[in-house]
Structures are given as structure tokens and as C-alpha cells.
Design a protein around this ligand. Structure first.
Ligand SMILES: Cc1cc2nc3c(=O)[nH]c(=O)nc-3n(C[C@H](O)[C@H](O)[C@H](O)COP(=O)(O)OP(=O)(O)OC[C@H]3O[C@@H](n4cnc5c(N)ncnc54)[C@H](O)[C@@H]3O)c2cc1C
Length: 392
């Protein structure tokens, strides 16, 4: 465990998460890799139950709704540990949308959010489309109000966890009415008529969750399923992006931590040309660079979490979340690449942790905004605010 100063309660949470990851999740990695991301149902149920019993499930949600009520810093500590395990096994520590309780109606809270906090219902996010990835505002899915219902039409891509979800957050543009062309977000139960799975293509990682293409064909939902007001949709997505970017940074720190530990252990043992390879300077330097970059990313991520807990300006948070995600995801990519190299031929084998992370951390430079988009956000804030407020 590290020496970074933190309260005893924070350290205890960090240790609880670490033990869960080390003792319960990591032992299933290889099985998951060899079985298309799947582990036996009883093991999956045990992980789900334990995540709840340990108080880690829905750690980001308010206590009064049954969530953990963790500070942002505490959530980062947990996410970092979750990042140390491959194959999406850590996703049993689920974090529902923390922006939701403040904006949903009492009925929506009872019907979707509270059961999600309890782990009884599962959501997925349908925002991205064929022509709208980085440019979220380019979505073409429409929501047309007809009396007390909205008719939703469009096709969504990369809908993560569609296979395990029972409802979707759908983002669409209003078609007609006073907010014509603006965004709105809706709760849509997966079994609503007109929600159709188009396909579930294979992706680079070996996860149990799919990333589906989903058609919405004249899906009629009551007006009461709209979240917030007409025109609010994009604001919720931005709140979610900020949160996820920070947690991706934390998970990338965890991945790098594990990779450096494993690669260092191997480099101490593996003997070539009569000495452990860690005594070959080329190998030692790769490890030194990796450790240095991990420390920088971790400090940045921890400091950002503390800033959020201190309530710094939301625009500053937005830029700092982008900086943390950008730096930590690119750092993890470099560390994984070096770890594969240090393991040599073994690093290219699927049974090797470095091989799995090499594939898995790649997406952290793409989802929740690509590295290029993070740079655009940071540069935009830099030109508006200058260096001091963003780094002070
Ligand atoms: C595994 C996975 C899971 C996902 N899960 C979900 C999900 O659950 N729900 C959901 O809605 N979406 C999801 N996504 C979608 C994800 O958010 C998008 O893939 C991402 O935002 C990038 O969009 P895009 O793939 O269309 O790339 P594009 O936007 O087409 O970008 C292509 C390239 O152009 C670059 N580019 C684009 N615009 C600019 C610019 N202005 N300046 C510089 N470079 C630019 C990008 O950085 C990238 O390199 C997921 C994606 C993946 C891979």
C-alpha cells in the first residue's frame, strides 16, 4: 500500500477494495479470457453480492438512496483498485449515474434509479451514432412529441452493456415543438416495442458486456420518461463525461500499478546473458520511466478528486478531468507497451496480464472522448482562463 497522506477511513476503503480485487477478482482473469469474457454464474453472482456487501456498489450514490455516499477522493481510490483487474471483472463495482438523483422525478427515482442503486436494475447509454461520435451534437435520433408520448427513432452504436441492461438512457433531438432541434434524454425500458438489437460486433477486449448497435423504431415512451426539461439532454451527458473521465484516469493508474509490479517481478527473476534482465539498463529504464509516469498521473488524479470535493469551479473541473484522462490513459498505454516488451514472447500470450492490458487500456484513449477531444477541451480552457486557474 502507498504512503500518500489520507484519512484512516480513506485508507480502509482503499484496502477493502484492494483485497476484493486481489482475492476475488484477479483469480478469475484467465478463465474469463479463455471463455469469451464469461465466468460461471455462481462466481459472477458472488462478485455482485460481495460488491454490495462491501459497500462498494453504487459508492457514488447518496446514502439516502442506499448508495455509499463516498467522497470523490474515496471513489478514485476504489476505481484505481478496480483498474488493476482485467476482463471487465471489476465492473461488478457498478456506479450508476450520480447526476440523476438531482434531476429525475420522484416516480423516475423509484422506478429506475433506486433499483439501480440496489443492483436490481441495470442501465446502458445510447448516445453515439454512425455520424455522431466525438461530435455528440450531430446525433440524428429524433424525439417527436405526440400528446402524452414521445416517438423515438434512430440507430445507436457502441451501446455498452446492452446485453446485461434492462433499460437505456437514450439521447435524441427534439423534432418539432418549442425546443425543436435541441437535445432531450429519456428512460427507455429495453422491452419497449420498437427497441431492436441490430448486432453485437466483437471488440478488442474480452469482456462479458457487449457494445451493441441498437435501432429505435417508432419507440413510444410516456412524456413522464423524459429526464429533466426539453433541451437539457446535453448537460447530463457532460456531467457524466466529467465523472467517467476522472474514473478512467483512476483505473488507468491501477492498470499501470499492476503492470509495473508484474513486469518488475518478472524482470528480477528472468535471467538472460547470465543476469536478471532488470540489470540490463534498457529494461531498468523502461521500468523507471513507467514508475515516474505513474506517480505523476496518480498525483494528478488524486489532486483533481480533492479539488472536486473542495467544490472548485465546474469549468476548471471539466478541463482538469480532461487533463487527467488524457495523461493517465496515454501513460497506461505506454506502460502496457513497455510491459509487453519486458515480458518478451510471453508478453504476447493471452495468458499474460500485459497482453490483456495492452488491448484493454487502448480504449481509454477513445471512449468518453478521445485524446484529441480532451486536448481540444484543455486548449480551449487554457485560452479562456490562462495557466494559473487550471494548474494552481
Ligand atoms: C468499447 C467502446 C464502448 C463505448 N460505449 C459507449 C456507450 O456505452 N454509449 C455511447 O453512447 N457511446 C459509447 N462509445 C462511443 C465512444 O464514446 C466514441 O467512440 C467516441 O466518443 C469517439 O467517437 P467515434 O468513435 O465516432 O470517433 P470519431 O468522432 O469519428 O473520431 C475519429 C477520429 O477523429 C478524431 N477527431 C474527431 N473530431 C476531432 C476534432 N475536432 N479534432 C481533432 N480530432 C478529432 C478523433 O479523436 C478520432 O481520432 C463506446 C466506444 C467504444 C470503443
Amino acid at each position: 500500500m502507498g504512503t500518500y497522506p489520507m484519512a484512516r477511513e480513506d485508507r480502509e476503503i482503499q484496502e477493502r477494495a484492494r483485497r476484493f480485487v486481489d482475492d476475488e477478482l484477479i483469480p478469475w482473469e484467465l478463465h474469463a479470457e479463455e471463455h469469451g469474457g464469461q465466468i460461471p454464474d455462481d462466481a459472477r453472482e458472488r462478485h455482485h453480492r460481495m460488491a454490495i456487501e462491501l459497500g462498494l456498489y453504487a459508492m457514488n450514490m447518496p446514502r439516502e438512496l442506499g448508495g455509499g455516499g463516498f467522497s470523490t477522493f474515496q471513489q478514485v481510490l476504489v476505481s484505481e483498485q478496480i483498474g488493476r483487474v482485467t476482463n471487465g471483472l471489476g465492473w461488478c463495482v457498478h456506479t450508476p449515474p450520480a447526476w440523476a438523483p438531482d434531476v429525475v422525478s420522484a416516480e423516475q427515482l423509484e422506478r429506475w434509479i433506486v433499483p439501480t442503486v440496489r443492483g436490481e436494475r441495470h442501465e446502458c447509454y445510447a448516445i453515439t451514432e454512425e455520424a455522431a461520435g466525438s461530435d455528440v451534437d450531430a446525433i440524428q435520433a429524433t424525439a417527436r412529441r405526440e400528446g402524452e408520448v414521445y416517438a423515438l427513432n434512430g440507430t445507436k452504436m457502441h451501446v455498452t452493456s446492452f446485453n446485461t441492461a434492462d433499460y437505456l438512457f437514450v439521447q435524441a433531438k427534439l423534432d418539432g415543438g418549442p425546443h425543436d432541434g435541441e437535445h432531450a434524454m429519456f428512460f427507455v425500458d429495453k422491452d419497449t416495442d420498437g427497441v431492436r438489437l441490430v448486432r453485437e460486433p466483437a471488440y478488442m477486449h474480452t469482456y462479458p458486456d457487449t457494445h451493441a448497435e441498437v435501432a429505435l423504431e417508432d419507440v413510444r415512451v410516456p412524456a413522464a420518461n423524459r429526464i429533466g426539461e426539453e433541451g437539457d439532454g446535453l448537460a447530463f451527458t457532460y456531467a457524466w463525461f466529467r465523472y467517467e473521465r476522472l474514473m478512467i484516469a483512476a483505473r488507468c493508474c491501477g492498470a499501470a500499478d499492476r503492470l509495473i509490479e508484474e513486469a518488475t517481478g518478472f524482470a528480477r527473476e528472468r535471467v538472460q546473458f547470465g543476469r536478471p534482465i532488470i540489470e540490463h539498463q534498457a529494461i531498468a529504464h523502461m521500468l523507471a520511466d513507467s514508475l515516474t509516469e505513474l506517480w505523476a498521473a496518480r498525483l494528478m488524479t488524486y489532486e483533481l478528486a480533492r479539488n472536486i470535493d473542495r467544490g472548485v469551479d465546474v469549468k476548471v473541473q471539466h478541463a482538469q478531468c480532461s487533463m487527467a484522462k488524457l495523461y493517465a490513459s496515454e501513460m497506461a498505454g505506454r506502460v502496457a507497451d513497455r510491459a509487453v516488451q519486458i515480458f518478451g514472447g510471453r508478453g504476447y500470450m493471452r495468458e499474460n496480464v500485459a497482453e490483456r492490458f495492452y488491448r484493454e487500456v487502448r480504449v481509454d484513449r477513445i471512449w468518453e472522448g478521445t485524446s484529441e477531444i480532451q486536448r481540444n477541451i484543455v486548449a480551449d480552457q487554457l485560452s479562456k482562463r490562462g495557466v494559473g486557474p487550471l494548474t494552481g
